[in-house]
Each structure stands twice: as structure tokens, then as C-alpha cells.
Design a protein around this ligand. Structure first.
Ligand code: ATP
Length: 203
């Protein structure tokens, strides 16, 4: 089993990269999606969150009120730690389960928090997609219609570009257009297929 972790800051191009690899038949596990699944109604984690923070973190229909929870944990490191200690092991277990089920030549784990959590311990190769802050900002604004201030706050809370780059086995430069990104992704895909086949031969 050869696992490739893909990370990058907000609007750096993770989805653009993972969509291209998925189209080539690579199984993509999205850590953000898993993080939403573990707090769906009926999941034990949602009940724990309700017990801890009260009914105000639920919507009228019983789903997690994300913006409410986000504002609570943004204001308190203690509460943030409590939430992370609850969710991170559950997210990790589910990712592990999906990795075990994967049948593709290698599996891609896409995670904005790959390097900040112990998720990086699950991967054989770390890919960072990299763009400068002004590109992250303008592309995210075009995509989400969110304010510059909101995006800047997220950028400030994320790992610095330099630190992220220093942890990469491969850096994809997304400072150009999508065609330039795709050419790098295609080349990387060939390298990863070879690395995965070497790994399976050595087992
Ligand atoms: P997030 O972490 O916010 O989900 P992301 O890392 O997945 O973001 P993408 O959604 O892939 O980033 O890219 C952000 C936006 O920028 C998208 O609308 C995407 O189509 C666009 N984009 C990505 N790369 C380029 C590029 N090289 N040139 C122009 N637009 C791009």
C-alpha cells in the first residue's frame, strides 16, 4: 500500500490536483469530507459535542452548527484542544479504514491539515501544492465570494508557506496557469506509479 499525502494552504490548488489524479483512476480520500462524516447526526462524536457545548451548537434540524462551533473554538484554545482530541483520532481511524479498502495503484490522501496533525504519519510521500499568498487570495475570492479579511485570517492561522515547503518530498508550483499545473501533476503521477510498484515488489 503506497499512500501519497497532498496538502497546501487555502486556495493553493489541492482540489485541482486531486481531481486530475482521480480522473486517472487514483483513489482519493478527502480528509475534510471524513471530518464532516464523523460529526453527522447519529455519530457518537456529535452527541459528545452536544453534551460538552450545549444545544446551541446544533441547528434546529439536529445537525452540527459549524459556524457556531467554529466561533467558540476560535475564541478558546482550551475548547479547541478538547475538540481536536475528540475528532482527530476518529478522523484518523476512518482514513485508515478507507486506505485499507483502496484498490488503486497508490492512494491519495488530500488534507489541509496533513502536516499539522499526525495524518502525515500515514503517508509514504508528501506533496505540497504551492502558490504565493496573493494568488491564494485572488483564486479563493473568485471561487468563494468570501471577503479578503476572512481569507487573510485563515492564511494567518495556517502553517507558513516556508515551513510547509520544507516538509515536502515534492512541491508542485501552482504560480502559473492550470495547464502548467497539470503538466507537473502528470509527471508526478508517473513517478508515483513507479514508486508504488517498487514498494510492492519489495514487500
Ligand atoms: P481549499 O483549501 O480552499 O479548498 P484548494 O487548495 O483545494 O482550496 P482549489 O479549489 O484547487 O484549491 O483552487 C482554488 C481556486 O483556484 C479554484 O477555483 C481553482 O479552479 C482555481 N485555480 C487553481 N489553480 C489555478 C491556476 N493555476 N490558475 C487559475 N486558477 C486556479
Amino acid at each position: 500500500m503506497y499512500v501519497v499525502g497532498l496538502t497546501g494552504g487555502i486556495g493553493s490548488g489541492k482540489t485541482a490536483v486531486s481531481n486530475r489524479l482521480q480522473a486517472k483512476g487514483i483513489r482519493v480520500i478527502d480528509a475534510d469530507m471524513v471530518a464532516r462524516q464523523v460529526v453527522e447526526p447519529g455519530q457518537p462524536a456529535l452527541a459528545r459535542i452536544q453534551q460538552h457545548f450545549g444545544d446551541e451548537v446544533l441547528t434546529d434540524s439536529g445537525e452540527l452548527n459549524r459556524s457556531k462551533l467554529r466561533s467558540i473554538v476560535f475564541a478558546s484554545e482550551k475548547q479547541r484542544t478538547w475538540l481536536e482530541q475528540l475528532l482527530h483520532p476518529l478522523i484518523r481511524d476512518r482514513i485508515l479504514q478507507q486506505l485499507e479498502e483502496s484498490q488503486s495503484s497508490y492512494t491519495l490522501l488530500v488534507s489541509p491539515l496533513l502536516l499539522e496533525t499526525d495524518q502525515h504519519l500515514l503517508v509514504n510521500h508528501i506533496v505540497v501544492v504551492d502558490a504565493d499568498e496573493s494568488q491564494q487570495l485572488s483564486r479563493t475570492r473568485l471561487r468563494d465570494n468570501s471577503s479578503e479579511e476572512q481569507i487573510r485570517a485563515i492564511l494567518a492561522a495556517q502553517m507558513s508557506r516556508e515551513e510547509r515547503r520544507s516538509k515536502a518530498d515534492t512541491i508542485l508550483d501552482n504560480s502559473g496557469d492550470l495547464v502548467q499545473l497539470e503538466a507537473q501533476v502528470d509527471k508526478l503521477h508517473q513517478q508515483l506509479l513507479q514508486a508504488a510498484s517498487r514498494e510492492s515488489e519489495s514487500e
